[in-house]
Design a protein around this ligand. Structure first.
Ligand code: 13P
Length: 248
């Protein structure tokens, strides 16, 4: 049985004070439910939030990770550095990174490999734009995003990784993929793994992301191949995030 996982992606929001308050409020509302829960916080708040969540059910994650081990890469943060803060997860290949900062499939694969090498679970984001969906390219886009990582790290690397299907048109727009639309792609992704390693495919956590809210979480998470969510906007409010968590 796959465990459900709900991850908050705080993106570039908040202040030191609000980050501490949000993490504290989430912790106060946790009830020991079986599903996994994590928050991916801005790098500069990893220390503050990390101290709060230490020894609790709430896991810590980063929103990105350097594609190189160390060296002259101004502005980047290495997986080794994230390990210092006990990060369990690092998001790689978020569509905002791909669209605004030029993260290519090859670079995302390198980031993925760096996280894994330090025992940090990459959360690999994949997903199509509206235009790509309308041109029936959804599966092709996802294939390309997955294949780049298969080529560099191999399929078996995903036994320590998570996938998040985030249709770009559903992120921050209030337009959620329907339960069936999301399930169709999740099933496709799991199928890609099943062809290569059936046991791994069965255990792989595939999260859905894109305008998940307390009102739609339960139906999405009830789909057979949706194992939880990667939550943006709604994770900035402790009550909303906890309601979504309870839906998992
Ligand atoms: P929203 O939940 O705000 O649509 O963001 C989703 C997302 O990008 C999570 O990584």
């Amino acid at each position: 049985m796959r465990r459900s996982l709900v991850v908050g992606n705080w993106k570039m929001n908040g202040t030191q004070a609000s980050a501490i308050k949000l993490a504290s409020d989430i912790l106060a509302g946790l009830n020991g439910a079986d599903a996994e829960i994590a928050v991916c916080v801005p790098y500069v708040y990893l220390s503050d939030v990390g101290q709060l969540v230490k020894g609790t059910q709430l896991a810590l994650g980063a929103q990105n990770v350097g594609d190189q081990e160390s060296g002259a890469y101004t502005g980047e943060i290495s997986a080794t550095m994230l390990k210092d803060f006990d990060c369990k997860f690092a998001i790689v290949g978020h569509s905002e990174r791909r669209a605004y900062y030029g993260d290519s499939n090859a670079m995302v694969a390198a980031r993925f490999a760096q996280a894994l090498a330090q025992g940090i679970k990459p959360i690999l984001c994949v997903g199509e734009t509206l235009q790509q969906r309308e041109q029936d390219q959804t599966f092709q886009v996802i294939d390309e995003e997955l294949d780049a990582v298969f080529d560099l790290a191999g399929v078996d690397a995903f036994s320590d990784a998570v996938i998040a299907y985030e249709p770009v048109w559903a992120i921050g727009t209030g337009m959620t993929a329907s339960d069936q639309q999301a399930q169709e792609v999740h099933q496709y992704i799991r199928g890609r793994f099943a062809d290569k390693n059936a046991a791994l495919a069965e255990n792989l956590q595939i999260l859905y992301g894109g305008s998940v809210k307390p009102g739609n979480a339960k139906a999405l998470f009830a789909m057979p191949d949706i194992d939880g969510g990667l939550i943006g906007g709604a994770s900035l409010d402790a009550d909303s995030f906890l309601q979504i968590y309870r839906a998992a």
